[in-house]
Write a protein that binds this ligand. Structure first.
Ligand SMILES: Nc1ncnc2c1ncn2[C@@H]1O[C@H](COP(=O)(O)OP(=O)(O)O)[C@@H](O)[C@H]1O
Ligand SMILES: [Mg+2]
Length: 325
């Protein structure tokens, strides 16, 4: 593991063997047939045939209007994701702006929030320059999707879960039979039994509902998936199983994942790099590369050393074993 510190530093190894199979960059118009899962292994190319960073965020700033005046929650954050298939963990204590950063990227801001600065490029395109309507049509959900904190609680109780997962496909004009097939495939990929699509949320356990929420995020096959503490509300066993399964799904589909957590072990287990945020206002305190082989053994000495190092960055006593929130 090494502290990168300067987050402008390029990620090594992005010219992988995959370059041979590269496809030129194209926006993701809704979902593409099953071939997109395979094509997802390719690296996006710019106009001149050079791989371009998938997501580039510069100096992002978000502020909330409050009774006590403006509250800067994200204060000049820069992130780089060079290629598909990377997992970037974002970790930090409560209130360090992790959720604010994610909703800023998705442009899903509450009324009292304003983006006060920064730029965002996705696949080389300046998505910060898009109008809200263009962003909604061209980017949100189809090229960058998000699984919200506590997402499993926001399923509609009176609609079958399959329909809820299919919703955005249907809104895109995909036929019912194609959408149903896609949803059945996705639900099985996230480890749900056959027949789940026709069940209502109250018939499912918390873990199953969370899998449904993750399937909703994946339904349009977005190259970038943001997840905000997706397992925080699950029991320890379900969480372990979901972490393993998700890591497999991401790798198989070459998703680029930005993953918010306050669980240090989860960050080490899932991420290739971890950004540590500090609060008041939210800034990047450190950026750490996790150099461990996969699959990772959470009990290995190297794993535990990474965990200790992250805890130190968070300002916690690495030997005290205290929970990090
Ligand atoms: N809608 C809001 N209005 C005012 N302040 C907010 C709002 N949402 C979050 N905040 C504040 O912004 C800061 C960052 O919050 P948040 O992004 O939720 O942090 P995290 O996800 O890391 O816990 C906190 O101080 C929080 O109280
Ligand atoms: Mg949060």
């Amino acid at each position: 593991m090494s502290a990168v510190g300067n987050h402008d530093q390029r990620y090594p190894g992005w010219r992988s063997a995959m370059t041979a199979a590269m496809v030129s960059y194209q926006p993701y118009p809704g979902w593409r047939l099953a071939t997109s899962w395979a094509a997802a292994g390719a690296t996006d190319l710019g106009k001149h045939g050079k791989p371009m960073p998938l997501l580039e965020v510069r100096d992002l700033r978000l502020e909330y209007a409050t009774d006590r005046g403006p509250l800067p929650a994200v204060d000049g954050v820069s992130l780089d994701l060079e290629e598909r298939g990377q997992a970037l963990g974002i970790i930090g204590e409560s209130g360090s702006g992790k959720t604010s950063l994610a909703i800023a990227l998705m442009r899903l801001l509450p009324r009292n929030a304003t983006l006060t600065g920064g730029s965002m490029r996705l696949g080389g395109e300046d998505i910060g320059a898009l109008s809200d309507e263009e962003f909604r049509r061209q980017v949100r959900w189809s090229r960058m999707a998000m699984v919200f904190q506590g997402a499993m609680h926001s399923l509609n109780p009176v609609i079958r879960v399959g329909e809820q997962v299919a919703e955005r496909l249907r809104a895109d004009g995909i036929s019912k039979s194609a959408a149903d097939a896609r949803v059945a495939d996705l639900l099985s990929r996230v480890g749900l039994p056959r027949g789940t699509a026709s069940r209502y949320p109250h018939e499912l356990s918390g873990g199953m509902k969370q899998r449904v929420s993750i399937a909703r995020g994946l339904v349009q096959d977005p190259p970038v998936l943001l997840m905000d503490e997706p397992f925080a509300a699950l029991d320890a066993l379900t969480r372990d199983e979901m972490q393993r399964l998700l890591a497999d799904v991401w790798r198989a589909t070459r998703k680029t994942v930005i993953y918010v957590t306050h669980n240090v072990a989860e960050a080490v287990y899932l991420a290739d790099r971890v950004v540590v945020m500090s609060p008041h206002p939210g800034t990047v305190k450190a950026e750490i590369k996790i150099e461990l082989p996969r699959p990772r053994d959470p009990l290995s000495v190297e794993f535990l050393e990474c965990q200790k190092e992250l805890l130190r960055y968070l300002g916690h006593d690495a030997n005290a074993n205290e929970p990090v929130n």
